[in-house]
Design a protein around this ligand. Sequence first.
Ligand code: UDP
Ligand code: MG
Length: 322
Amino acid sequence: MEDGDDPRPLVSVVVPAFNEEDVLPLLAARLRPVLDATGHDYEVVLVDDGSTDQSAAVVVGLRRGWPQLRLVSLRVNAGHQAALSAGLRRARGDYVVTLDADLQDPPEAIGEMLQAALAGHLDVVYGIRSDRSSDSRFKRGTAAIFYRVIARLTGGAGPSQAGDYRLMSRATVEAVNSLPESGRVLRFVVPALGYPSTSVSYRREARAAGQTKYGLWRMVRLSLDSITAVSMAPLRLATLTGLLGGLLAVVVGISTLVSHWTGHTLPGWTSTVGIVSAFSALQLVCLGIIGEYLGRAYTFLQDWPTYSVAYDSAESDPHPGP
Ligand code: UDP
Ligand code: MG
């Protein structure tokens, strides 16, 4: 199949990539045999997420010998989730697999995922990371806490240790596409939709080349997005702490009055400062939590696009090649 010939290949593989020039040739070398071996029509939607290195040029080069490779270029870096969204909207396949560019998730599992979906008439096949020993201890530790908190908040919806390596049917992709995009974390949205699913497990490997694009700050943002997306619990916690704090304040107030009346007035500087700063901190935390949700509501209201597509080889270029 060449670009534009068949609007509906059986499989689309969506790959978000941000500054992955070193990885892309390795990815192509491993992904292509896997997809060719399925014997089905396919396309690979490589979403260049505003890379500032030679990623786009590398893809253009790879496309010369691999017409099923499609390049979608975003104007500016939109982030992993938004790049995935861009790919999901543009993918044409009956089944769509999302895969990171860095070969941490082995492309070889795609065959198994497709088999499982076709054989069981299933809509979603999750890739489960059975072994993450290649990730840093810090990443594994924080990820474990993250998944535990989310499981708690959602009542355990969705498999734990499932990242963004998964296969989805056209129906699932359409359902995902119909949801608002900002602050959306796909790995929690998809299980919440409740389509019939199964999972395959794989060993998470080390990055094939290049560096992780998820620094600490991005991980914090992903966690906040995920938690505010799936749960109102932090808001309730804020209210609850406020109430408890109020009760405590009443107790402290009464005891102050009592000591005043009984003439046991102490200098009390330490306790005053202590109480004032404790309550200020508490108020700031609660304000912050409210701010998170307000920000989320505001972003929804604004409804700005989360990404901007500059180029799609399937649209602007009916003939494969540069
Ligand atoms: N990525 C992206 N946009 C970004 C950051 C990352 O498209 O702003 C891509 C990146 O190229 C990779 C995938 O998202 O294909 C996962 O990123 P990374 O491997 O850096 O994250 P990690 O595996 O360390 O969590
Ligand atoms: Mg990675």
